[in-house]
Design a protein around this ligand. Sequence first.
Ligand code: SF4
Length: 79
Amino acid sequence: MSASNINSISIALVENNPIRQFAANPNSRVAAMKAKCAECMGCNLDHMERGFRASISECSSYSCPLHSFRPFQAKTTSR
Ligand code: SF4
């Protein structure tokens, strides 16, 4: 794999990191909630935990104040 490919992948990972996204947009409540849940699942500025989105989606900490507002929840269909 070439250095430019590695750089492209690194940039994409940074852009998908909710904690970095919040750092770039600190007035966004949605970004703040995503960042908090990502941090809760082991992510930080330089690391994204494998499968963190699914872990947040399946979060069973019902007493957490953010639980109802957490990102990456499965969509439900209404009839
Ligand atoms: S909702 Fe779940 S993942 Fe998000 S902060 Fe609370 S306990 Fe952590």
